[in-house]
Design a protein around this ligand. Structure first.
Ligand SMILES: *Cc1c(COP(=O)(O)O)cnc(C)c1O
Length: 396
């Protein structure tokens, strides 16, 4: 059995999306910037996708710009805003300790090479940022607040509308990395007072290598990609037309099934969580519960074992899961997100993330609940860390 439990790392491009994309690899290859009528087919395809994405967010199509990835959209928001704000004497960025590396490493770059002061807000034990903390961090030097919509490792959904209202009131641009959230939640950029928002197609059953950046009319960060006049002179480079078409199609399909997917995913998520808690002793759920957690996210720590080892054991049983972040799988540092939630290193090391989606079936959940307890028990039986832990429990 092939059990794919890593929909947060990426999703399969859906067949309908692929079908919509195919002509733009083939006969409809025209450069949208050319003048002849053949190239109009490419232009029209891009504008249709722009409307599909804008419609889903309650944005104007003119406020949507296609990029090469979610990472590029994040880079644009941070570098474009902070570099431009420098001339106005503003050099302060507020973000959180639990952002994706696309934000964290960009913030580190800005600190190192542009002298930007960065405030990394802490989170509570479930991963929530406090709106009060955001308020208290704002100074007259603050150029941007960037707080992720939902966390990719533990699934915690942040109070984005409240932070948006606060930033709007204080007239500070507000960016949110919604790469994960957009795949599961209804987002209304107007109602939520969002100024900039990043998305990525491959996290929502579209192709890899295409992102979208929502930029509210009147908010003008410096461009990130310099070159030709594509995307209304805001993002240079010949458009990835097939990718953009795929993004639009994926976004439209997603909107039609958002509620049904949410119900199905969260029922399975809660069954998996309850099953693990029931069958595996000393298992700790990381993150929030219910509506404040992404409907497809399950993240556990199992004291006494290494997450990386469990992943290999699971893989041998046909199950693809993650320790949290695909981007850090080649490093042995524990997850910065789990540490920010207050987990000790040994707990953070023993964590696994299962993320559900369109490939998940009820049988997959049952199979995982059958296999995982055995794997954890076997690894614990040979773990000195587990032995110490149990002893310490007995002493207490
Ligand atoms: C995947 C992801 C990104 C990066 O998106 P890419 O399109 O893969 O560059 C950024 N932020 C979050 C929260 C993500 O999950």
């Amino acid at each position: 059995m092939f059990v794919y439990m890593d929909h947060t790392a990426t999703t399969p491009t859906s067949p309908e999306v692929l079908e919509a994309m195919m002509p733009y690899f083939g006969e409809k290859f025209g450069n949208p910037s050319s003048v002849y009528s053949f190239s109009k087919l490419s232009r029209e395809a891009i504008e249709k996708a722009r409307s599909q994405v804008a419609g889903a967010l309650n944005a104007d199509p003119k406020e949507i710009f296609f990029t090469s990835s979610g990472t590029e959209a994040d880079n644009w928001a941070l570098k474009g805003t902070l570099e431009k704000a420098k001339s106005k004497g503003k050099n302060h960025l507020i973000t959180t300790q639990i952002e994706h590396h696309a934000i964290l490493h960009t913030a580190e770059y800005l600190h190192k090479f542009e002298g930007v002061d960065v405030t990394y807000l802490p989170v509570d034990s479930e991963g929530f940022v406090s709106v009060e903390d955001v308020k208290n961090a704002i100074t007259d030097k603050t150029a941007l607040v960037s707080i992720m919509f939902a966390n990719n490792e533990v699934g915690t959904i942040e109070p984005i509308a409240e932070i948006g209202a606060l930033c709007r009131e204080r007239k500070i641009p507000f960016h949110t990395d919604a790469v994960q959230a957009a795949a599961h939640l209804k987002i209304d950029v107007k109602a939520m007072n969002i100024d900039m928002l990043s998305m990525s197609a491959h996290k929502m059953y579209g192709p890899k290598g295409v992102g979208a950046f929502y930029l509210r009319k009147g908010v003008n960060p410096e461009n990130f990609m310099h070159g030709g006049g594509q995307e209304s002179h805001r993002r240079a480079s010949t458009e990835n037309i097939a990718g953009i078409v795929g993004f639009g199609q994926a976004m439209e399909i997603l909107q039609g099934r958002l509620e049904a997917d949410k119900a199905l995913n969260s029922a399975r998520r809660d069954k998996l969580i309850a099953g693990i808690l029931e069958k595996i002793p000393h298992a700790k759920l990381n993150g929030a519960t219910g509506d404040k957690r992404l409907p497809n996210n399950v993240n556990f720590s199992f004291i006494g074992v290494e997450g990386e080892t469990l992943l290999l054991d699971l893989d041998a049983k046909g199950i693809s899961a993650s320790t949290g972040s695909a981007c850090s799988s080649d490093s042995l540092d524990p997850s910065h997100v789990l540490l920010a939630l207050g987990l000790k290193h040994e707990m953070a090391h023993g964590s696994l993330r299962f993320t559900l989606g369109r490939l998940t079936t009820d049988e997959h959940i049952d199979y995982l609940l059958e296999v995982l307890p055995e794997i954890v028990a076997r690894r614990r039986a040979m773990s000195p860390l587990w032995e110490d832990y149990i002893k310490s429990q007995g002493e207490n």
